[in-house]
Ligand binder design. Structure first.
Ligand code: B12
Length: 209
């Protein structure tokens, strides 16, 4: 079933994809299995875009499908018992980058796992992060980015946090499509997280809960 879902998303069969997601939910597949399939499909969409068989409209439709899928699985994720807030996290997509589907999933998962999340949105300049750290006083900052140009913006953002004298106050994690641990080292972040569950685990390790 999950292979079918991968193909339906990758081949832009929107109706079928949404139907499959509903069937998988009813059949007891966990929301994370659905997200994994969506990720695999997005990789295929990305490759087709790179090869020139898909264009911007397909990227947009893929993003739209992903948003709808997230909406379908959200109720399942919120079934977790309401918990007291363990700590605060600021997240945002760094300057120059407007991809937000992955970031939104991360923010949502942190929220349902009991963290207070301030989401700064997309295309966030370094200064907005430093202001948010000063005002919101988070223990953790999450930088999201899907473009290779985001690597340098992440580095600049962390440098700005350092220059503002705030680096020791926060743990910083980075994530998003093109990221890996090598990129993390380049940016000066404390950790790289592959997906939303990794973001939750890192945050729990750092602030408990
Ligand atoms: C959908 C999409 C779009 C949509 C975005 C819609 C939206 N609201 O986000 C639109 C159409 C707007 C778009 C635009 C562009 N896109 Co685009 N897009 C994609 C695509 C197909 C999927 C991205 C996605 O949403 N994936 C789904 C989520 C759920 O992915 P995920 O990685 O599993 O998410 C998890 C992790 O990343 C992690 N995570 C995310 N953030 C964080 C943060 C932290 C702290 C942690 C710990 C973890 C974490 O947790 C998430 C949840 O589990 C990718 C291809 C791909 N394979 O990624 C290209 C891709 C990212 N785009 C690409 C490009 C080139 C562009 C454009 C420049 C195209 C253009 N010519 O205009 C523009 C960029 C505009 C800009 N300035 O940002 C390239 C980037 C290439 C590069 N090397 O830089 C890619 C890789 C496609 C490709 N292969 O060429 N895009």
């Amino acid at each position: 079933m999950s292979k079918k879902l991968v193909n339906a998303i990758a081949d832009m069969r929107e109706e079928e994809a949404l139907k499959l997601v509903k069937e998988m939910m009813e059949g007891g597949s966990g929301p994370m299995a659905i997200l994994d399939a969506a990720r695999e499909a997005m990789d295929i969409v990305g490759q087709r875009y790179e090869k020139g068989t898909y264009f911007l409209p397909e990227l947009m439709l893929a993003g739209e499908m992903l948003n709808q899928i997230t909406d379908i699985i959200k109720p399942e994720l919120t079934k977790m018992p309401e918990v007291e807030r363990h700590g605060k996290v600021v997240i945002g997509t760094v300057e120059g980058d407007i991809h937000d589907i992955g970031k939104n999933i991360v923010g949502f998962m942190l929220d349902v796992n009991g963290f207070e999340v301030l989401d700064l949105g997309i295309d966030v300049p370094p200064q907005k992060f430093t202001e948010a750290i000063q005002n919101f006083q988070p223990q953790v900052v999450g930088l999201s980015g899907f473009l290779t140009l985001a690597f340098d913006t992440m580095k600049e953002t962390i440098e700005a946090i350092q220059a503002a004298g705030l680096r020791d106050q926060v743990k910083i994690m980075v994530g998003g499509g093109q990221m890996d641990d090598q990129v993390r080292a380049h940016t000066g972040a404390d950790a790289y997280g592959r997906d939303a569950m990794a973001a939750v685990k890192l945050t729990k390790d750092w602030i408990g809960g």
